[in-house]
Design a protein around this ligand. Structure first.
Ligand code: X2X
Length: 331
């Protein structure tokens, strides 16, 4: 019988215990602008765990939420240079690089989610993704939800378009956003998301607009008093990859990453829809006063200002035709 001590003495125990964990073959960074508590981050974290598992540890993605690596504008540059491999970005902000990517933000274009997802998973999304591909980026097939946007204000309830007259409203960096709020008579100020809370606090802007889920996780209710239910546009995040980093992954690993991210995107959409449908109670209890509006009045104001004609011209007949194919005539 071999004695236990003899057996152990023969093994290089020290070497085993001190060998460093093998670094993953592909160590990638994923940056985004939202707090870790938003469903975009909770669902992405689940996808990333499944990707690590399914790739046998070869793909390890580290998350940098909350604009830890910089504003959306900065992070888009980092994505393009390859300093960051993955980034989720609103199509409207992406339009500073890929103009047609803001097309889903045309005011009051989508009646409801029943129009949003068939369009974004269908011809409209395919049109935008093809343009994204021309700019050195890859967009996963499934977009992640931000949601229908609502206007908040610190100074007065916004009930009708006339209440926006001269109103200093923060908008994200995107020509479509600026154009739309100018068309409504407001005075839009372009500010990245990471500076929005403090801009509202210091009254650089008196209001802003975002979906309920963002207003909640970013605690914008602390610096705003009124929330007008306008549903004035639908906004989503493209899950983007730097093209060189994406192509560096062998095909089987790309398939795993895309499969798991897209699966989580579908779950994230359901989470956000639930939040946006149920958060009004808790936001009211935090002091936000809800204001009902007549969206048709805002839409009519946009039309009267020539907003639809202007953007039809800017996007061009082909892209505009794809949008109208999904939502009907916007004229
Ligand atoms: O910047 C915003 O307002 C946000 C969080 O909604 C976007 O990412 C577009």
């Amino acid at each position: 019988m071999i004695r236990r001590r003899t057996l152990l003495a023969g093994l290089p125990l020290v070497a085993i215990a001190t060998r460093p964990a093998r670094a993953a073959e592909f160590s990638y960074k994923f940056a985004n602008n939202l707090p870790a508590t938003h469903p975009l981050n909770t669902r992405a974290a689940e996808a990333i765990a499944r990707i690590k598992e399914a790739s046998g540890g070869r793909v390890d993605i580290q998350v940098f939420p909350n604009n830890q690596l910089g504003s959306d504008t900065d992070t888009l540059s980092q994505l393009r240079s390859g300093a960051v491999e993955f980034f989720t970005l609103s199509g409207l902000i992406l339009s500073t690089l890929v103009p047609v990517a803001s097309i889903n933000g045309v005011g009051f274009a989508f009646k409801d989610y029943g129009q949003v997802w068939p369009a974004m998973d269908g011809a409209l999304g395919a049109h935008v993704r093809a343009e994204i591909a021309k700019r050195g980026l890859y967009a996963m097939a499934k977009q992640w939800d931000n949601g229908y946007r609502q206007i908040t204000s610190a100074t007065k309830p916004v009930k009708a378009p006339a209440d926006l007259d001269g109103f200093k409203i923060r908008v994200p960096p995107s020509p479509l956003w600026t154009s739309m709020f100018k068309a409504l008579g407001a005075a839009p100020v372009t500010i990245n998301f990471n500076e929005t809370y403090s801009a509202l606090q210091t009254r650089i802007a008196d209001g802003q607009e975002n979906p309920l889920a963002v207003i909640d996780v970013a605690k914008l209710y602390e610096v705003q008093k009124y929330l007008s239910v306008t549903n004035h546009m639908w906004d989503g995040f493209w899950f983007l990859a730097n093209r060189r980093a994406w192509d560096a992954l062998p095909e089987n690993l790309r398939a795993i990453v895309e499969r798991e991210l897209n699966a989580s995107a579908l779950q994230q959409r359901a989470d956000v829809a639930t939040l946006n449908a149920t958060l009004s109670g808790s936001l009211k209890s935090r002091g936000l006063e809800f204001v009902e509006t007549d969206p048709n009045a805002f839409r009519a104001a946009l039309k009267k200002a020539g907003f639809y004609a202007e953007w039809r011209e800017k996007f061009g007949p082909e892209a505009w035709g794809v949008l109208e194919g999904a939502v009907g005539s916007l004229a």
